[in-house]
Design a protein around this ligand. Structure first.
Ligand code: AMP
Ligand code: GLY
Length: 426
């Protein structure tokens, strides 16, 4: 079949890499892609959020399957537009993508269907929101309702911090419409994990769990980013605890969406906190994580193209996915300044040498090709990924590969998967 990958980050390079080696895929395209994806697929100059342009591209290519990487085109209705034209697409309808696009929608769904999450309220009035913060004991998490590019969440350990965040949303309009209403919720404690599944609206196929590292600096310091690294599997998590995540959160969410008349199809990503009382859902995303995809996809056995096409066609019944026992670790190499302002266009050296470390694949996140050289073109530039027999081995390989890569201002964390590797050794 002919497949199109929408997006141009590390997640999409990992998708393209697995699709390119799928026997079911004989012609691979990407929009817009990047320098790494360009080695595997024909790249088209259509932006990932240009829904009209993407629909035209799918028709022009006569693509059999469209795999959508980021959330923005899904929230804007790309999957609806393609399905109306009889095209197979991996990704939810705009109505189902509200699970990610509106925290208030997700909260209401969870409350109505007894899906465990933090206690929360949704407010348009500062005084009411402030009263709820008091009810929660002065510690709260304040979230802008809509998509705020990862900046709309404030974890407040004092009432004054919570109040300032509430006013940012409701009074100072720091996030525009996305800040209305504001969601205030109970502050939870525990390790954070992400669970990934495919659903065709009815069936659920588990793709595994991963942990990502959101802060820019070592030991979780500095501002939030899209993610500075990830690893899988979570060897430290006991099987019954993992099972609770699938049975208490993921399966009930798919059933709830179906019951409400907005069946969920595509990748379902649940962000969870494992509290002493059990798993609690922090958020849903309607896509693979980036960089979580870079550690999940290499572990999925079999023909990824066939699996994603079956999901898009509503034919997941009876499908089971094997996960390789190998561990995967990915380390993001970022531009100086990221997640704030950064410069681009710096040549990247050592890509081939890095790729020669056993078990390593270097996924491009923000790169471009200029006069035959690969240059930086984004905040997150590369996701250096390695497989190994253990987390420790995968981690050592990923960092060895990182040592071989150079570009001006290159920044990375040095503690990705360090704690997991240490626990493994005990
Ligand atoms: P979200 O965008 O909802 O995933 O929130 C971003 C980050 O804020 C999460 O990854 C958590 O680290 C933190 N966070 C969100 N909700 C809570 C909560 N209820 N309690 C503690 N931390 C939270
Ligand atoms: N790495 C977090 C995300 O993709 O949302």
């Amino acid at each position: 079949m002919r497949a199109l990958v929408v997006g141009g980050g590390g997640r999409e390079h990992a998708l393209a890499w697995r699709l390119a080696s799928s026997p079911s895929v004989d012609d691979l395209h990407a929009a817009p892609g990047n320098a790494g994806i360009g080695g595997l697929a024909t790249c088209h100059d259509v932006a990932a959020d240009d829904v009209g342009g993407l629909v035209k591209l799918v028709d022009y290519l006569d693509a059999d399957l469209t795999v959508v990487g980021p959330e923005a085109p899904l929230v804007a209705g790309l999957a609806d537009a393609l399905r109306e034209r009889g095209r197979r697409v991996l990704g939810p309808s705009a109505a189902a993508a509200r699970l990610e696009a509106s925290k208030a929608f997700a909260k209401r769904l969870m409350a109505a269907h007894a899906i465990p999450t933090a206690r929360a309220g949704t407010f348009e009035e500062v005084a009411e929101a402030a009263a709820f913060v008091e009810e929660l004991g002065g510690r709260a998490v304040v979230k802008a309702d809509g998509l705020a590019a990862g900046k709309g969440v404030v974890v407040a350990r004092e009432p004054a911090t919570a109040l300032a965040a509430i006013e940012d949303c409701l009074v100072r309009d720091a996030f525009g419409d996305a800040g209305h209403p504001v969601v205030v919720e109970e502050l939870l404690e525990g390790p954070e994990v992400s669970a990934f599944a495919l659903s065709d609206g009815r069936e659920v196929v588990h793709l595994g769990l991963a942990q990502d590292f959101k802060r820019v600096g070592n030991a979780d310091t500095g501002p939030n980013t899209g993610g500075m690294g990830a690893y899988a599997p979570l060897a430290w998590l006991a099987a019954p605890e993992e099972e609770r995540i699938w049975q208490e959160v993921v399966h009930p969410t798919v059933a709830a969406m179906r019951a409400e008349g907005t069946p969920y199809t595509g990748v379902l990503y649940a962000g969870l906190m494992l509290t002493a009382e059990g798993p609690r859902t922090l958020e849903f995303n309607c896509r693979f994580g980036d960089p979580e995809a870079q550690v999940l996809l290499p572990r999925i056995e079999g023909d990824l193209g066939e699996l994603l096409a079956a999901c898009a066609a509503g034919e997941l019944a009876g499908v089971r996915v094997g996960l390789r026992s190998k561990a995967a670790v990915t380390v993001v190499l970022a531009s100086a300044g990221y997640p704030g302002a950064y410069r681009t266009g710096f040549p990247i050296e050592g890509l081939e040498e890095a790729g020669r470390v056993p078990g390593v694949v270097v996924f491009h996140a923000g790169t471009a090709r200029r006069d035959g050289t690969v240059v930086t073109a984004g905040g997150r530039v590369l996701a250096v990924t390695a497989l190994g027999g253990t987390i420790g081995e995968a981690r050592a390989r990923a960092y060895e590969a990182c040592e071989r890569i150079r570009f001006e201002g290159m920044h990375r964390r040095s503690d990705i998967a360090a704690a997991a590797a240490e626990r493994e050794g005990r």
